[in-house]
Every structure is written in structure tokens, then in C-alpha cells.
Ligand binder design. Structure first.
Ligand SMILES: [Zn+2]
Length: 121
């Protein structure tokens, strides 16, 4: 479609719109006033639905987190030694793998064991 034609149609729509707004101004006001009620109902219901849903979810999440915490504290006491060992292992892994015999470091334990097998066995 021709852009000029579209502009013309748009302009006509604006003019007709303004005219009908002025002509039916009272009805328009009535419409707005009448529309406020249903709009409020819709928005209100939406807010209630949304918030109650969120509230429910938060409550569920809280109780789940509570259970998890309980579980974690039980785990903590039973496996604190294991965890410490794990942490030490991780620290060593981050530092790299050092050969006890020549001091060379390797990114992986596999690399270190290959090195040991090749150089020190
Ligand atoms: Zn070595």
C-alpha cells in the first residue's frame, strides 16, 4: 500500500475519532467510568492470584530449605572428616600435582603418574 494513502487513512481515522469523541463525549466518560469497575476487578484478581501464588511458593521453598538445612547439619556432623579430606584434595588439585621425587608439577594426577612411570620407575 502507498505510504501516503496510509497516512491519509490514519489522518481520517484521527479526525473521525476526535469527532466521535467530542460527539459522544458523555458516553465516553460513561464508558470510562463503567470500565473502571471491571478493570479494578480484573487487576485486583490478578494481583491476588499472583501474590497468593508467590506466597505459596515462598512458603514451600522455606519449608524445603528448612528440611535441607536439617539434612545438611546431619551430614556435616557425620562426614566432617571426609569433607576435610575432600577439601585438602581439592586444594592439592588446584595447586597442581607435584612429583615428590623431582618436584615437577602436573595439571592432572594422570599426567603425574605418567611422568612417575616414565622417569622414576
Ligand atoms: Zn619426577
Amino acid at each position: 500500500m502507498n505510504p501516503a494513502l496510509k497516512i491519509l487513512i490514519g489522518a481520517v481515522m484521527v479526525i473521525v475519532g476526535v469527532f466521535s469523541s467530542v460527539t459522544y463525549f458523555e458516553q465516553l466518560v460513561n464508558l470510562v467510568q463503567a470500565g473502571i469497575g471491571p478493570l479494578l476487578v480484573l487487576v485486583g484478581a490478578f494481583v491476588v492470584w499472583l501474590e497468593s501464588d508467590e506466597w505459596k511458593m515462598r512458603k514451600e521453598k522455606d519449608s524445603r530449605e528448612g528440611l535441607q538445612q536439617q539434612f545438611q547439619t546431619e551430614e556435616d556432623t557425620s562426614s566432617s572428616v571426609e569433607q576435610t579430606q575432600e577439601q585438602v584434595k581439592e586444594a592439592v588439585e588446584q595447586e597442581g600435582h607435584t612429583c615428590e621425587e623431582c618436584g615437577r608439577t602436573f595439571d592432572t594426577s594422570r599426567g603425574l603418574s605418567i611422568h612417575k612411570a616414565q622417569k622414576h620407575d
